[in-house]
Write a protein that binds this ligand. Structure first.
Ligand code: K7E
Ligand code: CUA
Length: 665
């Protein structure tokens, strides 16, 4: 089962190879680590790790942050899934982050991440992530490690070849995995009308240089195939993007067989500068669509969600010179560009070799119109004319490649369960190391940028038989850390991951760690329900709606005694954390609330909506251990029957209510 699920997620090998996987597992897994490994990953208590590693959570919808080389888990950042630990998707403020044109979607499948770049180097400002299921791209702010923005992608389904960025973060791209009828067309058509009605779509999302704010600049309407992965050109190939495509058979059923027929699928080369010219020249067609754009504001501590209704679409069949297909054997998955921008590596899942394409040769072939024909109106470049060379007998089931910046590439092999290091110039294999087992993505810090920092490669495994203590029917997913500073790649650590890891990013800690926001300034808090001191706390009733302006500071709430809430009320607890110090969150939870806790950062206001379902006494308390008297940080709220005359009262430190205002009971 595990095999099958992983294959489905990684878009499938044929069954024969799938079944062959078992026989390729390396023996003697336990002996693979040599003596000095422990010292290489040991980071003494109190010392910091050298790298941040941002690891996708796959079907958990989240992103986890590890320190390397110790592999200590530092944080899980909620992105596309609700997270009760942090109140994400439960607080009124964060709910709009998960809004889509389909309504509130509390989950997604996060596969890929890309750190923002300046001049082709990681700048440590943001990390982008894709939602595979309900197509979205998120931007996480690395000063707060919070999801700052999510934009939905129209005309798409299965946003897989996403979110890959250009070398100055001008664009984040999002290519659709499933081709589908465009949103403005009638999708109520026969499934076997695929060839006629289904279209591919690639979105170019612009990123504001100063703020990171995302907007869909334009979309490319493409032939109906599956787009799998992507990387931008860099250096000499900046201005181009490369996308691996499969299902060029245009099958709509049993893809594991029907989309594995052709000897070669394609890498699609996209000249995005040309697309920009067409856009400027007014060649794009405005289409009416619906997609959500959700933004978190750090001053109001609230997200807003707007539904946008238009997108500009460039038809790549009509508008020449945007797209070219390069034949690529066979069902390519990873599509990776080396640090110089000259070499483009396609990893054909079913291929017995790795083709390496030359950007210079591709440009010459395009200029000379060295085409073997067209595919759905897009010119197909002659394979040999774009090919630099082939890595022969590299292994079985190549999936992804990263670069060490010293002229070498490292590729994962799902079926033969290994990573293989090879030289980009002479295409000779230099080293191979077994993994345990079936690796998917891999990550070298900066390994997809102009400047890799090749001390380590981290390999993300899909299957981890017998690496860890058993945990019921599902075993832990795993990452494996290899030291690649020498000639031989050396396995030095296994560590379990959260969800299923796909792509990851890593960067020297110094690029990020000094930019951390330590707390939010209370005087800058413009939340409409903020209380900037205990003097501003209050309880306000307006018909059935009750707004409780409440504060938290070590170690009490104000107010902590509240009466006069009645059945049928809709109660909003607006909790402001008055602390102005690093790492002093307070939590807030109330008995019976059909939601998660709030976890409120210093200086922040967050809101919990509560509709009590019966009269009685309801305690509330702080969930986050904040001082020696944390356990005293609690309060009571009294709920009376509908129509009772219990007075609305609130207080802290007084023995309330005074006698004359006691209710009917
Ligand atoms: Cu798992 Cu990038 Cu979705 Cu390959 S993908 S492994
Ligand atoms: Cu505040 Cu515990």
């Amino acid at each position: 089962m595990k095999n099958i699920r992983s294959f489905v997620i990684c878009s499938g090998l044929v069954t024969a190879i799938l079944l062959g996987a078992g026989s390729c597992k390396p023996k003697n897994a336990g002996n693979a680590v040599s003596g000095d490994a422990a010292s290489k990953v040991y980071v003494a208590p109190g010392k910091y790790d050298e790298f941040y590693n941002f690891v996708s959570g796959g079907f958990s919808g989240q992103m986890s942050v590890y320190g390397l080389p110790s592999a200590r888990l530092l944080r899980v950042i909620p992105v596309f899934s609700v997270d009760p630990e942090k109140g994400y998707g439960y607080s009124e403020e964060s709910k709009p982050m998960l809004n889509t044109s389909h309504g509130f979607v509390p989950w997604d499948d996060l596969h890929h991440e890309d750190l923002s770049q300046t001049n082709g180097e990681i700048d440590g400002r943001w990390i982008f992530a894709n939602a595979n299921n309900t197509p979205r791209v998120a931007r996480v702010d690395l000063t707060t490690f919070h999801t700052a923005e999510i934009i939905e992608i129209p005309n798409s389904a299965g946003n897989h070849s996403s979110p890959f960025i250009t070398e100055n973060t001008e664009y984040v791209v999002a290519g659709t995995r499933f081709s589908v009828p465009p949103d403005n067309a009638d999708g109520d058509v026969a499934i076997n009308s695929y060839k006629k009605n289904f279209k591919g779509s690639i979105s170019f999302i612009s990123v504001d240089k100063a703020t990171g704010s995302m907007a869909i600049a334009f979309q490319l309407r493409c032939p109906g195939v599956n787009f799998d992965l992507s990387h931008a050109g860099k250096g000499k190939s900046n201005g181009w993007f490369f996308f691996s495509c499969y299902n060029t058979e245009q099958a709509n059923t049993l893809l594991e067989v029907n989309a594995s027929q052709r000897d070669k699928d394609f890498i699609m080369a996209v000249n995005w500068k040309k697309a920009e010219e067409y856009l400027k020249a007014g060649k794009a067609v405005k289409e009416s669509v619906k997609y959500a754009h959700n933004v978190y504001n750090e001053k109001t501590h609230s997200a807003t969600s707007e539904i946008r209704t238009e997108v500009m679409v460039l038809d790549t069949k009509e508008l020449k010179d945007i797209c070219y297909f390069i034949p690529c054997p066979k069902s390519p998955h990873g599509c990776d560009v080396d640090p110089t921008g000259e070499y483009i590596v396609g990893s054909g899942k079913l291929a017995a070799l790795i083709p390496v394409f030359s950007f210079d040769k591709l440009m010459k072939a395009i200029a000379a119109k060295d085409f073997i024909g067209d595919y759905d109106g897009i010119p197909v470049v002659k394979y040999e004319s774009a090919l630099y060379g082939e890595v022969k007998k590299p292994g079985l089931g190549p999936l992804h490649t990263e670069f060490d910046g010293k002229g070498n590439a490292i590729t994962t092999f799902f079926v033969s369960s290994e990573i293989v290091k090879w030289n980009i110039k002479d295409l000779k294999i230099l080293d191979r190391a077994p993994t345990y087992y079936s690796p998917g993505h891999l990550c070298i810090p900066g390994g997809d940028t102009k400047k890799p920092n090749a001390k380590y490669v981290i390999v993300y495994n899909k299957i981890t038989k017998d690496r860890y203590l058993p945990t019921g029917p599902e075993l832990a997913q795993s990452a494996q850390l290899f030291d690649i500073s020498g000639d031989k790649m050396q396995l030095i650590l296994d560590f379990p991951t959260i969800g299923e890891p796909h792509y990851a990013q890593a960067v020297a800690a110094d690029v990020i760690r000094n930019n951390s926001v330590k707390f939010y300034k209370l005087e800058e808090n413009t939340h409409p329900f903020v209380s900037k001191g205990e003097g501003e706390t209050k309880v306000v009733r307006k018909d059935k709606r009750v707004d409780i302006y409440i504060t938290a500071i070590r170690s009490h709430f104000a107010p902590d005694n509240i009466e006069g809430i009645k059945m049928g009320d809709e109660v909003y607890w607006h909790v402001t954390n008055l602390e102005q110090d690093w790492d002093v969150p307070h939590g807030f939870a109330i008995k019976g609330a059909l939601t998660a806790e709030l976890l409120i950062m210093p200086g922040e206001t967050q809101t919990l909506k509560w509709t009590p379902e019966k009269p009685g006494m309801y305690p509330f308390y702080c969930t986050d251990f904040c001082s020696a008297l944390h356990q005293e940080m609690q309060g009571y709220v009294r709920v009376s029957p509908m129509g009772s005359n219990t007075a609305l009262l609130f207080s802290t430190g007084k023995n309330m209510p005074p006698k004359d205002s006691i209710g009917t009971k």
